[in-house]
Structures are given as structure tokens and as C-alpha cells.
Design a protein around this ligand. Structure first.
Ligand SMILES: [Zn+2]
Length: 307
């Protein structure tokens, strides 16, 4: 392919998949490639897998305007040393500097938490268009979040604001990979839903997709695990809404695409826990930008710097 449209090189790094693509300045994803995130404790194996993927994308458009990078949190920001909870091979890995040296040169490059990137993309191009106060949530291998308040992206003191996955929804609950316990992520992340279903007696396919199919077929163990996850997310949203006076919550990620088995308990728990009128008024909707919204989000991070 030979591209003449101005494009941004987008890179999205998650616990399950690595993705890279070229995004036009209007948000359109023109081309992309993905591969599974290697399961390894070797930082360089992860890096080599990522650069193989990105090299094949840049071969199609060496003239990109800038580079946007979304990565699972937490990270040191804006310096961009990453320690993703769901990628144990990278701890304090200098991702931004390594990517800058290899792909950016003099061009702008920005990195942020992948859920903050999703929030920015949904605000710019998706379900949050025209909204000034919103929370974007990703429910997938992990659970992440990003805040837009008064129309501005909220970074926080260290760039880690919005980590709703590590809000405590079960005081004294199970230990979380983050070092805390009772976190939302420990209940609502895909692998946790599957593990809980198995604990309750689910004997079928132990992946998130398999358990979701079982829940839709009415299997009590699979259904109970999704109900627990949906309720935990709805409860956390009620707290976040009270804290931030939100107009809208947008939820993306694979688990959020499971339908009523997830959304019905989420909405019930939200209604039960949201007391004040300004909290109840918050709308909760699915993300519009779909499976590869992480790439749109990564591109959105750098858009203001290249235009
Ligand atoms: Zn945690």
C-alpha cells in the first residue's frame, strides 16, 4: 500500500495483544496488525516482538507525522518507563525512550495509559463527543480507566489518574497483582471471571469467551461469575460518579462486549449504589470505537502535537 494521507503511527500494548497501525488525522484506522503478547519474563523478547510488528507497519508509511503509544499501567509519566500489571516481563522498562530512538527521531511522540488513550479517543471521535465530564473504562485482561473533566484529559500527579481497576470494591478481599487487595480488577478482569466460574463448578471452556457463552446459555456458575463482575463494575462507577460528577461513562474492552450477562448486573448495582441525583443522572454506554479503539486512542494522544 502507498499512503498519501497524513497519518500517525499508533502502538497499543496490552496484556493479551500488541497492536500497531496507521491512523489518519480524522481518526480513521487505515491499516493495522496485531499479535499475541508473548508470555515471558524477558524484557527483550517482548521488545523484539513489538518492534517486528511495528517495523512491518512503518514499512507501509515511512512518512508518518508522529507516534502515539498506549500501554497498560502503571507507568512513570511523562518519561514513559512502564511496569504494566499484566505484562510482568516489563518493570521500569524505558519504553518511551526506546520507541523514540527507533521510530520518532525529530517527530513528536506521546505515551499514556491505554485506558486514558481510550477515553481521549472516545471523547474526540466516539460516544463522548461533546461531553465535558466522562470516564472511559476498559474491561479486558485488566480493568483500566481514564478521566476527562471540564473537557480536559486528567493526568494526575504521576500520569496515573483514573486507575479504576484498583479501586477497592471488596475490603479485605483477594490479593491483587498490583500489591493491594479487593480491587475491582481482581473481580472483573476476564481471567478472574473465568477463575471464579471454575471455582463455582463451571466445567466448559475456561476462557472469558467460553464462560460468556456458558452464561448466555444459562449455566449457573458462568452466570454467577459474570453477575459478580458486572455488579463490581457498576458499584465502582457509582463511587467514581460521586467523586467526579460525571455525565457519561463509556466502557470498552472484550468483557464489555458480552451483552446483558454483564450489563444488566452492572446497571442494577449502579442503581442500588448511586444515591444522589447528580450521580444517578450519569449515563453508562458501550464504547463506539470497537475492538481496535486502542490504536485510535494512541493516535489521539499525539494529535494536538502534529496538527
Ligand atoms: Zn489492584
Amino acid at each position: 500500500m502507498h499512503l498519501v494521507t497524513p497519518v500517525i503511527l499508533a502502538i497499543d500494548i496490552g496484556g493479551t495483544k500488541l497492536a500497531s497501525g496507521l491512523v489518519a488525522v480524522n481518526g480513521e484506522l487505515l491499516t493495522h496488525q496485531t499479535r499475541a503478547t508473548p508470555v515471558t519474563n524477558d524484557a527483550e523478547v517482548l521488545w523484539n516482538s513489538l518492534t517486528d510488528l511495528v517495523d512491518s507497519v512503518t514499512a507501509e508509511a515511512p512518512a508518518y507525522l508522529g507516534v502515539g503509544v498506549g500501554c497498560g499501567g502503571p507507568m512513570r509519566w511523562p518519561s514513559g518507563e512502564v511496569s504494566p500489571v499484566n505484562i510482568p516481563g516489563w518493570r521500569e522498562f524505558p519504553l518511551l525512550n526506546r520507541l523514540r530512538a527507533r521510530y520518532a527521531g525529530d517527530r513528536p511522540i506521546d505515551i499514556h495509559n491505554d485506558a486514558i488513550a481510550l477515553a481521549v479517543a472516545e471523547h474526540r471521535w466516539g460516544a463522548g463527543r461533546g461531553i465535558r465530564n466522562m470516564l472511559g473504562i476498559v474491561v479486558s485482561t485488566g480493568v483500566g480507566g481514564g478521566l476527562i473533566l471540564n473537557g480536559q484529559r486528567i493526568d494526575g500527579a504521576s500520569g496515573n489518574a483514573g486507575h479504576i481497576g484498583h479501586m477497592v470494591v471488596e475490603p479485605g478481599g483477594e490479593p491483587c497483582a498490583c500489591g493491594g487487595r479487593g480491587c475491582l480488577e481482581q473481580i472483573a478482569r476476564g481471567p478472574a471471571i473465568a477463575a471464579h466460574a471454575i471455582k463455582l463448578g463451571w466445567l466448559g471452556d475456561g476462557t472469558g469467551i467460553g464462560v460468556a457463552a456458558g452464561a448466555r446459555d444459562g449455566d449457573p456458575a458462568a452466570l454467577a461469575a459474570f453477575t459478580r463482575a458486572g455488579r463490581a463494575v457498576g458499584t465502582a462507577i457509582a463511587s467514581a460518579g460521586a467523586l467526579c460528577d460525571l455525565e457519561l461513562v463509556v466502557i470498552g474492552g472484550g468483557i464489555a462486549q458480552s451483552g446483558s450477562i454483564f450489563w444488566d448486573p452492572l446497571r442494577s448495582a449502579f442503581s442500588e449504589h448511586a444515591g444522589m441525583e447528580f450521580v444517578q443522572r450519569c449515563r453508562i454506554v458501550p464504547a463506539e470505537l470497537g475492538y481496535l479503539s486502542g490504536l485510535s486512542g494512541a493516535a489521539a494522544l499525539v494529535l494536538d502535537d502534529v496538527l
